[in-house]
Design a protein around this ligand. Structure first.
Ligand code: LHQ
Length: 265
């Protein structure tokens, strides 16, 4: 499959999706949104892929909606339809992908670009990266692309408000602060970001992929369910996990005192 705005590479059980409009700090166009949906679905369908990395080419990770393309759409246009047909489908595809997605944040993540990073399962950032959650308010908009869903869950309401309203272009959130605030899982030197993200993906790609997918599914529900509902959901998904090859292999490896060979099935 060929793409024009992203790069897609699958190698050693890891798919790497690279936003590829470096001159515009990988600003999101309609075409890029649709290609991202296609790429995540391709990774989902490919049984050899067991982990996904999302990153950006060049200096930026993603500067959010391409404002030049957006401006050219004119007035006779529905922003909610634009969001429903693009960003919403992309974010839902990512959250429903039952494989781990690592965001390798290689530079600034602004607006919908910051939202995109939050829709991933893990974030590993280079020290030079930054987040501009306030890019939306900077142009008189509310945060979208799931930012208002993920952010309070990650940092709490007070910090979510501060990030959305006060942390704009002049006052970006540094990768260091994002790490301390729990937005970023790992912080590394810029020049080892790719290697570290690849190593983390390789680690994940040798784990029980099916159980990782089910864990993602059950965690997706946890903050909206009651304890009783969540216990029940855990029990249902455990019925699925226990039938997997990797459960059998994990127990046998433990009993035989050897390293498990997980197949991801
Ligand atoms: C860009 C962009 C960009 C085009 C940098 N577009 N070219 C949803 C639905 C409907 C409507 C609108 O939005 C949304 C969701 C959203 O995402 S709203 C938020 C949209 N994003 C922004 O407002 C961020 C705009 N960009 C910036 O504030 C800065 O560029 C950041 C903070 C990202 C980086 O600043 P710098 O490090 O100073 O870089 P720069 O400003 O020089 O940008 C580098 C190049 O990228 C530059 O191109 P040029 O040809 O002049 O060298 C920028 O024009 C271009 N670029 N963001 N969103």
């Amino acid at each position: 499959m060929t793409y024009e705005t992203i790069l897609y590479e699958a190698h050693k059980h890891v798919a790497t999706i690279t936003l590829n409009r470096p001159d515009k700090y990988n600003a999101l166009t309609d075409a890029m949104g649709q290609e991202l949906i296609k790429a995540f679905k391709t990774a989902g369908r490919d049984d050899t892929v067991r982990a996904v990395i999302l990153t950006g080419a060049g200096k930026g990770f993603c500067s959010g909606q391409d404002l030049v393309e957006f401006q050219a759409l004119g007035d006779d246009f529905s922003v909610s339809e634009h969001l429903r047909n693009g960003y919403h489908k992309l974010i839902i595809t990512m959250r429903k992908l039952e494989k781990p997605i690592i965001c390798a944040v290689n530079g600034v993540a602004a607006g919908a670009g910051s939202g995109l990073s939050l829709a991933c399962d893990l974030r590993i950032a280079g020290e030079g990266a930054s987040f501009v959650f306030g890019a939306f308010i900077g142009i008189g908009l509310v945060p979208d692309s799931g930012t208002t869903y993920f952010l309070p869950r990650l940092v709490g309401e007070a910090r979510a408000f501060e990030l959305a309203i006060l942390r704009g272009g002049q006052d970006r959130l540094s990768a260091q602060d994002a790490y301390q605030w729990g937005i970023v899982n790992r912080l590394v030197a810029d020049d080892v970001l790719t290697n570290e993200a690849t190593a983390l993906a390789a680690q994940l790609a040798h784990m029980p992929t099916k159980a990782i997918g089910l864990t993602k599914r059950v965690l997706n529900k946890s903050l909206d369910n009651t304890l009783e509902q969540q216990l029940e959901y855990e029990a249902q998904l455990q019925e699925v996990a226990i039938k997997s090859h990797d459960f059998h292999e994990g127990v046998m490896a433990f009993l035989e005192k050897r390293a498990p060979q997980f197949k991801g099935e």
